[in-house]
Design a protein around this ligand. Structure first.
Ligand code: G6P
Ligand code: 1S3
Length: 614
């Protein structure tokens, strides 16, 4: 490709570039939520449409059981794209066209890779013959990704063949699962400008999980040996073929760029930091109320979880949390746990008159929600209903008695107005609710609690929700949702109701969680080994405004980093309510820095570089 030349000053995408091109953004997570890439594409759509208008499409996989609620079919669009979709159907492929039902409702093409399972063997043979890459039969996902890659390639081949197409085609591919078509596009020299963005490297993720000296050893790994060792050679091969085959290669952060250089053998041409669609997040002037409303919902959870055994002052309780996929070391759960044990000790020593409830929100196999917790929650709701009932009847009787009284304001003893039966019912409720059993740490029955590293640490550290602990822990091995009977709230509302996010990752190409805190007005702690942490931390003033505290993990012992994290949490517990409110206001005001309207310019640069490439 033609490398960017700073002196040219010509990397700005112009209106003419946009009018004369069609941009197809291809990702496995279009209409298919798996992880962080879904957030990238979905949040970026409004800004992409604002920039590209009608010349913007997204392409993803078709999963029958998943698309029904988020995808709406439409007749094929007029023009070349619609014609190609018809041609593909005539060839026997299952192709869907419509709108992805998210903000911006982008024009969406979905290819069904499962419907052509009979062709997978063929694709595998071709891929091996053309690129020397062999996909094993037992990796179902890789096979689907490969078939999807061939469908995308076929789409671009037919589109590029059309004589009535007078626009340049740009294919922007995200992550290895969507990128298998790139080497084919290049092999056939299709006139398609390709951009490949990797959001991590597969090998990096595995190595970081298994090597505590990952960053020091990065320049010295033998990628083939390691890929074979972890049994992910075919994925690394696809990743490398896409990285080397694309006109423009990109990733989400400097830290992952270094990883790409060493493990994939190509340095990314451009870094594409992730943003968010800020408007979606918060009506700015309301956000303090939103915090309070959602905190009250978390209070209900906490009452259901703890108060049948002992209680504490909710007005002096702080909610801290971490969340993400269950990668114990990569997400820094080990460091967080160590810091929590230290925080508990520090708060007790300093006699801090507050309680911290720390939530681990992640996903780990479980058989069911702890039935005891469900029952406690149901009983609590019944107590609440019965209290409301007493309150209502009392108000009515009190009112009637008062207006019929001849003794002025000195009326009656209220307790005599309450129906005996209702009081007995309440007493019974309370008796069956109270328990001597300690509030559990984990909310679900884990499949393998004996081997669970969070549980093992907590047991070893005796951080098990004793009444005297200042730090309580709730380990919730599932994501929060409105369908979950323990919560009945959305994850983002949960975030808004908390006070502090803790994300000291060891391996994190970007890391949306601290960014999500920022746009919700919450301060957070992250590490210099996360892409976002390093990005925001390179400008301390910016980091301070955004409420992001970046702790150093690189070249530092675990004990040292844990002490640092514990101290930062400890300092937060000393803030009073007014200080927290002021801090939240400042943070939310700075969130515009991470809006796609601002960060989308990096994507413009990648697309311009692609258009300039030969
Ligand atoms: C928001 C509300 C206030 C409330 C406060 C609680 O700012 O507008 O009415 O007192 O949240 O803040 P805290 O940090 O104690 O949860
Ligand atoms: C990846 O998802 P993950 O959690 O597997 O992509 C995300 C979006 O770019 C990124 O935020 C995250 O760090 C990566 O790890």
């Amino acid at each position: 490709m033609r490398k960017r030349n700073e002196e040219d000053g010509d990397v700005l995408l112009t209106a003419e570039d946009i009018n004369s091109s069609i941009l197809f953004e291809v990702a496995w997570e279009v209409c298919n939520q798996v992880g962080g890439i879904y957030t990238v594409i979905q949040s970026k759509v409004p800004a992409s449409i604002k920039k590209w208008g009608d010349n913007y499409f997204v392409i993803g996989p078709y999963y029958n059981n998943q698309v029904s609620t988020i995808f709406e079919s439409e007749p094929d669009p007029e023009g070349c794209v619609g014609e190609v979709l018809k041609q593909m159907r005539e060839k026997g492929f299952q192709v869907h066209y419509g709108r992805w039902l998210i903000a911006g409702k982008p024009k969406t093409i979905l290819f069904d890779a499962c419907a052509i399972e009979h062709l997978w063997g063929n694709f595998k043979y071709l891929y091996w013959e053309h690129h020397g890459i062999s996909i094993p039969d037992n990796d179902d996902l890789a096979n689907k990704g490969l078939a999807f890659g061939f469908l995308v390639f076929e789409f671009f081949r037919l589109l590029a063949e059309r004589e009535d197409l007078d626009q340049q085609i740009i294919g922007h591919f995200h992550e290895w699962l969507a990128s298998a078509g790139i080497p084919e596009i290049r092999r056939f020299e299709l006139p398609v400008k390709t951009v490949f963005t990797t959001h991590a490297t597969m090998l990096g993720r595995y190595l970081a999980m298994n090597d505590s000296q990952f960053y020091d050893n990065l320049p010295f790994y033998d990628w083939q040996k390691e890929a074979n060792h972890f049994n992910i050679r075919h994925i690394v091969d696809i990743e490398r073929a896409a990285a080397h085959g694309s006109h423009v290669f990109s990733t989400v952060s400097e830290i992952t760029s270094a990883e790409c250089e060493h493990l994939l053998g190509r340095k990314p041409d451009v870094i594409l930091p992730n943003g968010l669609n800020i408007e979606r997040f918060e009506v700015l002037h309301r956000f303090q109320n939103t915090h309070l409303e959602n905190k009250q919902k978390i209070n209900e959870f906490v009452m259901g979880h703890f108060f049948n055994n002992y209680s504490f002052d909710l007005d002096n309780t702080l909610y801290f949390f971490t969340s993400g996929r269950f990668e114990f070391y990569n997400k820094g759960y080990d460091l967080t746990l160590e810091a929590l044990a230290r925080l508990n000790w520090k708060m007790k020593e300093a006699n801090i008159d507050k309680t911290v409830v720390f939530f681990f929100i992640t996903r780990n196999p479980y058989s069911s929600i702890n039935p005891g917790l469900l029952q406690a929650r149901a009983l609590l709701e019944e107590i609440q209903r019965n209290c409301d009932d007493v309150q209502k009847s009392l108000a009515k009787l009190y009112f009637e008695k008062m207006i019929s009284s001849r003794n002025g304001v000195d009326i009656c003893d209220m307790t005599e107005l309450v129906d005996e039966y209702k009081l007995i019912r309440l007493r019974r409720n309370l008796k069956s609710w109270r328990t001597n059993q300690m509030p559990p740490v984990v909310t679900h029955n884990l499949i393998d609690e004996g081997k669970d590293p969070i549980m093992n640490f907590l047991k070893m550290a005796h951080l098990l929700n004793y009444a005297e602990d200042k730090v309580k822990v709730v380990y919730h091995p599932d994501f929060i949702s409105t369908e979950n009977p323990l919560w009945r709230m959305e994850y983002y509302d949960f975030v808004r109701g908390c006070h502090l996010g803790i994300f000291p990752s060891y391996y994190e190409p970007w890391g949306y969680t601290p960014l999500e805190c920022c746009v919700s007005g919450l301060p957070s702690v992250t590490s210099d080994l996360s892409g976002f942490g390093a990005y925001v931390g390179s400008d301390p003033e910016k980091a301070e405004h955004a409420g992001v505290d970046v702790i150093s993990r690189q070249h530092r012992s675990m004990a040292d980093a844990a002490e640092d994290l514990a101290n930062r949490m400890f300092e937060f517990t000393k803030l009073d309510r007014r200080e927290r409110i002021v801090q939240r206001n400042r943070i939310v005001e700075s969130s515009y820095m991470f809006d796609w309207q601002e960060l989308g310019r990096h994507y413009d640069e990648a697309h311009k570089l692609a258009l300039m490439s030969r």
